[in-house]
Ligand binder design. Structure first.
Ligand code: OFO
Length: 163
């Protein structure tokens, strides 16, 4: 049985995952406006993944006979300062999410809740991968700077993301 404290922290995490989806959708729309269709499509997939993360926690709570309390999702940013700044914002945001997941793990550890600890392990691994992928995009954007051909090629490459 999941404790009240774990229930609360997981419900908050659902909200954070859905907010991440909202933020990345907003970025996707902006990238599309800039004509960067590949970046836009990549970000839209990222948004979908975040919603799936939220749903994974939603299902976990229900499977554990616990309660789901959906909270209001705050409005995401919609004005951005260029592509590099967008990906830096994504990276900073993901680091906050990693911290948040770690807080869930710490709480589960304090309560000797092995089931939730096992559940959260998947998210910890996912965060490592996500941060690495985003860091890699940032590195390349920094390296290529304003080079339009490089940006075009990267846009083409990112358009190939299929999940
Ligand atoms: Fe991008 O993170 Fe979800 O968990």
């Amino acid at each position: 049985m999941i404790s009240e404290a774990i229930n609360e922290i997981l419900n908050e995490q659902i909200n954070k995952e859905f907010y991440s989806g909202y933020l990345y959708l907003s970025m996707s729309a902006h990238l599309k406006e800039l004509g960067l269709n590949g970046f836009s499509s990549w970000m839209k997939y990222q948004a979908k993944e975040e919603v799936e993360h939220g749903l994974k926690i939603f299902d976990y709570l229900i499977d554990c006979n616990s309660f789901v309390t959906l909270k209001q999702i705050r409005m995401p940013e919609f004005e951005f300062q260029g592509i590099l700044s967008i990906f830096k914002t994504v990276y900073d945001h993901e680091q906050c999410i990693t911290k948040s997941i770690m807080t869930v793990a710490k709480k589960a550890e304090e309560e000797c809740d092995r089931t939730t600890l096992n559940f959260v392990d998947w998210f910890i691994e996912e965060q490592v991968q996500e941060e690495e992928v985003i860091k890699n995009i940032i590195k390349r954007l920094e390296l290529f700077g304003e080079d339009k051909v490089a940006l075009y090629l990267m846009d083409k490459e990112l358009s190939e993301r299929a999940e």
